[in-house]
Design a protein around this ligand. Structure first.
Ligand SMILES: Nc1nc(=O)c2cc3nc(NCCN4CCCCC4)[nH]c3cc2[nH]1
Length: 373
């Protein structure tokens, strides 16, 4: 147990990094995938199951929790960890992205964002300082700065304005966060799809000597090659001894290619959201369990897995449940997908430890391409 936040870089293999973050609430093995627990629940999952799949940390959202049940109520109830019964690390996003994507944004200026709740239409204002205050009330272990994420494609002037304001907000969040030894505040690199702005943002954030750095403003509709090129531009400018977190990413293929470029942490709703819609990620690629071809297939999704949802339930039953829109269908497929994502992360970490990440990446992509039996 450490009373501080400590990132250790154990090995690199080409561009891939094997590391570990030690925090008072536990260790995070990197590269890490963080299941998304938006409103204090990883949808359709018990958090004991989420832990069993191998997750070291989950993500929560300031935007959703400030609207319901409110940060003050969570604090009165003992904090998010106690309320949701997850005693391991939690990272919280700062709310900027969710305001843009979910709420009726009313105003965005130097002070912060003013928006209407998508829950009940009430009006809210969030400044950088208030976002950090909310994340503190929640008890978050890794807190994200408030930033402005611009959807792509966008005008260069607009991307530059948002990037520069996000830098000023990073400084305000750093001051508001202060010194909290067992916790961390991460900056978020912006700059859209413009290399020069990405470099400027990464350099300026590096000067703030933060405990970790996220790459934001991506996975917002740009092609994968643009996202990867922005990583190639940004990551070499960030301090090598600090963790890098690619926000909102992604598919298994996105993850492999981003690890190869030096990303340590990921989060995405893909495994859970897709699971609820009947899409399974497997070692042989994607399987749409709604497809009629599974109707009488008594094989499980993956007999080699140690996850019951992957090993013990037939495709025929999963097909039936999803077609009947039964809750158990989404539960089992979410469980399977999270287990597959963690199995992929474990394979990545093992391959880097053995100095064979490039081979692992090629073998994994070949097996995906072979497609489901
Ligand atoms: N504070 C903050 N800043 C960002 O620039 C950001 C950028 C992000 N980009 C995504 N992409 C999510 C893509 N996701 C893929 C699966 C389906 C739903 C959308 N999430 C993000 C979250 C973010 N949070």
């Amino acid at each position: 147990m450490t009373e501080n936040f400590q990132f250790t870089l154990n090995k690199t293999d080409a561009g891939a990094r094997l590391g570990e973050i030690s925090m008072p609430r536990g260790e995070i093995r990197t590269p890490a995938f963080m299941p998304v627990g938006t409103v204090g629940t990883v949808k359709a999952m018990y958090l004991d199951q989420v832990r069993e799949t191998g997750a070291d940390i989950i993500l929560g959202n300031t935007y959703h929790l400030m609207l319901r049940p409110t940060a003050e109520r969570v604090a009165r109830l003992g904090g998010l960890h106690k309320l949701i019964r997850w005693e391991h690390p939690i990272l919280t996003d700062s709310g900027g992205f969710q305001v843009m994507s979910l709420s009726g944004l009313r105003k965005l200026d130097e002070q912060g964002v003013t928006f209407k709740s998508h829950v009940d239409g009430s009006l809210h204002h969030m400044s950088p300082e208030r976002s950090i205050e909310i994340q503190g009330l929640l008890g978050s272990d890794i807190q994200m700065q408030l930033d402005e994420c611009v959807a792509l494609p966008a005008e260069p002037k607009e991307i530059e304005r948002a990037m520069e304001m996000s830098l000023r907000w990073a400084e305000r969040c750093r001051v508001a966060f202060g010194e909290q030894p067992g916790k961390a505040m991460f900056g978020i690199v912006q700059g859209g799809d413009i290399p020069a702005l990405r470099v400027r943002s990464a350099e300026a954030l590096s000067q703030l000597d933060l405990k970790g750095y996220a790459v934001g403003g991506l996975a917002v509709g740009e092609p994968q090659d643009v996202m990867l090129r922005m990583l190639e531009t940004t990551l070499p400018v960030l301090p090598v001894e600090k963790p890098r977190y690619l926000m909102g990413v992604g598919t298994p293929d996105d993850i492999l290619k981003s690890v190869a470029r030096g990303i340590d942490m990921f989060d995405c709703v893909m495994p859970t959201r897709s699971g609820r819609h009947g899409l399974a990620f497997t070692r042989r690629g994607k399987v749409n369990i709604r497809n009629a071809r599974h109707a009488e297939d008594m094989r499980p999704l993956d007999e080699q897995s140690n996850c019951p949802a992957s090993r013990d339930y037939s495709r025929a039953y999963l097909h039936h449940l999803v077609r009947a829109n039964e809750a158990l269908g989404g539960m089992l497929l979410s469980w399977h997908n999270l287990a597959y994502y963690q199995e992929l992360m474990q394979g990545i970490r093992k391959a880097i430890a053995e100095g064979r990440f490039a081979d692992f990446m090629a073998e994994t992509q070949e097996e995906w391409a072979r497609g489901d039996l």
